[in-house]
Design a protein around this ligand. Structure first.
Ligand code: 0A1
Ligand code: ZN
Length: 890
């Protein structure tokens, strides 16, 4: 985006956004520069003559002066790689000019009709932003700034317009023509063409526009809303995929019912279309009435999708559906407010999935994702608040911070006020801002007013980056435990000084005698505060941040025995799993940094093995929860724990040592519990696919195999091959293959070949085949990945395929962090090769290298050198330039 397209400055004048950027340095856009747009666009007509390599677009905009904005005679229409073929104002040729990529028209009066004609080439659009071709069909992606690649338009989320669209194309190539809203007319054209007209009654910003044309079939089922309206729901796919769409359609119905019941939100059109496309940069997109989805989040059946894939489909369908209110009916004023729709919608989809699948396991999964993806971001050079203050390329801010921490921040408000008052606050938010482009501040204010709570200090969570550290000290006085909590928010780029933030923590004080204390919510407001809690019995043990009420790191020195006690007896299942994680993190970081004496090491190992043994033997647990208790902390999370809060001069993470310690612990567990794990595996193998306990059984089956593999590779190879051969579902097949991929066994090659042959025509499953090899523990992963990159099925043009191989590799700590830097080199090469094709996807690889400051000096130098090599290559996209330069700054 050229500076002149800056949607947040009054007139797009470059000087207002940044001082003299060099041609290689894209401008910085700042939140504080926001000004309303000078013109309103009450209605928009779009006419598409569709063809794969030349689509003609005629856009007719009715524009009116915006009384709430500074007057300007000029109308700036954003463009990206567009050429105008004609520009008319009120039916006559207009006075206009290009300014960088934008078209500027001078308008004399207060109300005009502006018509612009452009022609675009969807088949050449490898960025997959705007209108593009995928598998012979045409589809669009407009968030955040893709609409300006279709036609000239004020492409900013605070310009809401009502759209009427006519689309015409060859019937044979595009038998199905879809757009937002309702189809109001259709008919035959000349020379084998046909057309359709669509009208969307709800005013929307351009990022929610969508159009799809292709050879598609639908799985349909009507939904009746709470007020008795019937909504036609369709899931559109290619004919050969139709049999795998039931789960998506049912998930949509469940989401619609849940949003009515829990948030009082009803759907507002008579039609809800979902279309699956195989080339897509992200998971899915909430376009009004016409969601476009990555096939990965639509297609599922037990033969081709794992249980986790089924959950992901349900979660993403729900997420996009929930956006209809949190995002579409109330949208964002500018892109700095992204967490307004994304944080809130992620929270809503998390709560939905908790209700569908069980609260504890879902919460554990969500916290694991937060720690693996968001905590490292918050501790690195790309750290930003959930409401950022500036960006160069907004696509880089679709982050775990905005999405996942954004959800945590809203969840904290909910925890503080309780469900009912939170609902009152949300109702007020929707009432107040329906039909508007709102801000994060509007949301907080609505919760403040509707839930009756003072959130003055809480607003700091929107402004400050960094994961707070909470320290704990305790002293017993009679029947009271005096708990002193302290907090500090680490320094992050551009934010040297931080203020304390309200941190809600659910706490219970148990007794080692077995008496369990009652849960209570405390809110730590200041840098340090003392709370008096009553004691349930002798030897009190504090269970803190139960349910993960706050996205913080708790720093405390709990005795090993206390953690073992909590892991076995805490009444909050989340806290149980936390205690086990804390035990393992302490042990593994100690082992990796060489800080443990031989005795300590042995005692730590014995404690963890004991806790695992208890989990295996605890008949009160179901397998889904047991599985969670048997998962060790991820290596990425261990890096964070080892590197501490990132203060200067602190310890650095040593990926090699962490990997060795973690594998060593797995081997010790596998050896000590060989009999129990084999029994668990055998028991789980006997549970049928559709048995109510089947899911849990499949989960523990593969976890058990992984632990056996660390201790006894030959036995694991044999068990895994048998599991593979007997499998009647993808969860078991993929689990077995994952274990085999890490082993040096002939079963590895044979099963990989069988798998490939069986699924060679199914792109999503072939993605798994690439991922399994790229993520494996095998010593030759780098050689495997190099070879796979030459495979005829590999292409840099399909984001799913790129993620399946290269992103998986970048997430393989052992291979990526190979001490000689070969892994880093490979990822840097991918960034350079991908940047000209798909900059958005290329930039998503940068954070892996950007973490160099927290890694031990030898590897850090190699990672930094690769970032410098990328920067030196020049001609980078805005996306990649921003991520690489920020990763090197500071
Ligand atoms: N709003 C979507 C995410 C999304 C963002 C950008 C995209 O463009 C490539 C696509 C999707 C969501 O939160 O689901
Ligand atoms: Zn979203």
């Amino acid at each position: 985006m050229d500076i002149a397209t800056n949607p947040t400055t009054p007139d797009g004048n470059p000087e207002l956004a940044d001082a003299a950027p060099t041609p290689h340095e894209p401008p910085v856009i700042r939140r504080e520069d926001y000004r309303p747009f000078a013109w309103l666009v009450p209605s928009t007509r779009l006419d598409f003559r569709l063809a794969l390599d030349a689509t003609r677009v005629t856009a007719t905009l009715t524009v009116e002066r915006n009384p709430a904005a500074d007057a300007s005679p000029e109308l700036r229409l954003n463009g990206d790689s567009l050429t105008a073929q004609s520009v008319m104002v009120d039916g006559a040729p207009a006075e206009w000019r290009m300014e960088g990529p934008d078209l500027v028209v001078t308008l004399p009066g207060d109300r005009h009709v502006v018509e612009v004609v452009t022609t675009i080439d969807p088949s050449a659009n490898t960025q997959l932003m705007g209108l593009y071709a995928s598998n012979g069909m045409l589809c669009t992606q407009c968030e955040s700034e893709g609409f300006r690649r279709i036609t000239f338009f004020p492409d900013r989320p605070d310009v809401l317009s009502t759209y009427a669209v006519r689309m015409e194309g060859e019937r044979d190539a595009f038998p199905i023509l879809l757009c937002n809203g309702n189809r109001v007319a259709e008919g035959e054209g000349e020379n084998g063409t046909h057309w359709a007209e669509w009208h969307d009654p709800w005013p929307k910003p351009s990022y929610l526009f969508a159009l799809v044309a292709g050879d598609l079939v639908a799985n349909s089922k009507p939904f009746t809303t709470a007020t008795g309206r019937v909504v036609e729901c369709n899931v559109w796919v290619r004919k050969e995929d139709l049999a795998r769409t039931d789960h998506a359609l049912e998930s949509l119905h469940r989401s619609m019912a849940w949003d009515e019941e829990v948030f009082g939100r009803e759907y507002d059109l008579d039609l809800y279309n979902i279309v699956a496309v195989s080339d897509f940069n992200m998971g899915a997109m909430e376009n009004k009435g016409l969601n476009v989805f990555n096939t990965k989040y639509v297609l599922a059946d037990p033969d081709t999708a794992t249980d986790a894939d089924f959950d992901a489909v349900e979660g993403v369908i729900a997420h996009e559906y929930f956006h209809n209110w949190s995002g579409n009916r109330v949208t964002c004023r500018d892109w700095f407010q992204l967490a307004l729709k994304e944080g809130f919608t992620v929270l809503r989809d998390q709560l939905f999935s908790q209700d569908m699948r069980g609260e504890a396991v879902k919460r554990i999964e969500d916290v694991r994702i937060l720690r693996a993806a968001q905590f490292p971001e918050d501790a690195g050079p790309l750290a930003h608040p959930i409401r950022p203050d500036s960006y160069r390329e907004i696509s880089n801010f679709y982050t775990a911070t905005v999405y996942n921490k954004g959800a945590e921040v809203i969840r904290m408000m909910r925890s503080m006020v309780g469900e009912a008052r939170f609902r009152a606050g949300c109702d007020l938010y929707f009432d107040r801002h329906d039909g508007e482009a709102a801000t994060c501040e509007d949301f907080v204010k609505a919760i403040e007013d509707g839930a009756e709570i003072d959130l003055t200090r809480f607003r700091r969570w929107y402004a400050q980056a960094g994961t707070p550290r909470v320290t704990m000290r305790q002293a017993v006085e009679g029947d009271t435990l005096r708990l002193t909590l302290g907090q500090s928010v680490p320094v992050t780029p551009g934010q040297p000084d931080k203020l304390p933030m309200p941190i809600p923590l659910k706490i219970a004080v148990h007794s080692r005698s077995g008496a369990l204390g009652a849960e209570r919510l405390v809110v730590l407001e200041d840098e340090e505060q003392t709370f008096d809690l009553s004691i349930a019995g002798p030897d009190p043990v504090v269970s803190v941040n139960r349910g993960f009420t706050a996205p913080v790191v708790i720093e405390r020195d709990l005795q090993r025995e206390d953690l073992v006690f909590l892991a076995a007896h805490d009444d909050d299942p989340f806290a149980r799993s936390e205690a086990l994680q804390e035990l393992a993190v302490g042990h593994l970081v100690g082992a990796a940094s060489g800080a443990l004496s031989a005795d300590d090491r042995q005692a730590g190992e014995a404690a963890i093995i004991g806790a695992f043994r208890s989990s295996l033997a605890d008949n009160a647990l179901d397998d889904a929860m047991r599985g969670e208790l048997l998962v060790l902390p991820s290596e990425t999370y261990l890096f964070e724990a080892m590197a501490g809060s990132g203060a200067a001069g602190e310890r650095k993470a040593d990926p090699g040592a962490i990997h060795a310690a973690r594998e060593g612990l797995k081997a010790a567990i596998g050896t000590a519990l060989a009999r129990e794990l084999a029994a668990l595996h055998a028991r789980a193998c006997a549970v049928a696919l559709d048995h109510p306990e089947g899911r849990g059984a499949r989960k523990v089956k593969t976890i058990a195999l992984g632990l056996v593999a660390a201790a006894d590779p030959a036995k694991a190879a044999q068990l895994a091959a048998a599991q593979y051969d007997a499998a009647d579902n993808m969860t078991d097949r993929q689990g077995a293959l994952m274990v085999l991929c890490g082993l040096d066994t002939p079963h590895r090659e044979t099963r990989l070949a069988v798998f490939y042959e069986r699924y060679r025509d199914n792109a999503l499953v072939i993605d798994k085949w690439f991922t399994l090899q790229a993520l494996s523990l095998h010593p030759d992963v780098i050689a495997h990945v190099r070879k796979l990159a030459e495979h005829p099925d590999f292409t840099l043009k399909n984001p799913n395929r790129v993620r399946s191989l290269h992103m998986a590799f970048a997430g393989n700590p052992k291979a990526f962090h190979k001490a000689d830097g070969e892994g880093y080199r490979m990822v840097a090469d991918v960034i350079l090769a991908l940047d000209p094709i798909n900059p958005q996807t290329a930039a998503r690889f940068v954070p892996a290298l950007g973490r160099w400051r927290r890694i031990e000096p030898g590897r850090a130098a190699l990672m930094k050198a690769e970032l410098e090599r990328i920067l030196a290559a020049g001609n980078l996209s805005r996306d990649t330039f921003e991520q690489v330069s920020r990763s090197l700054e500071g």
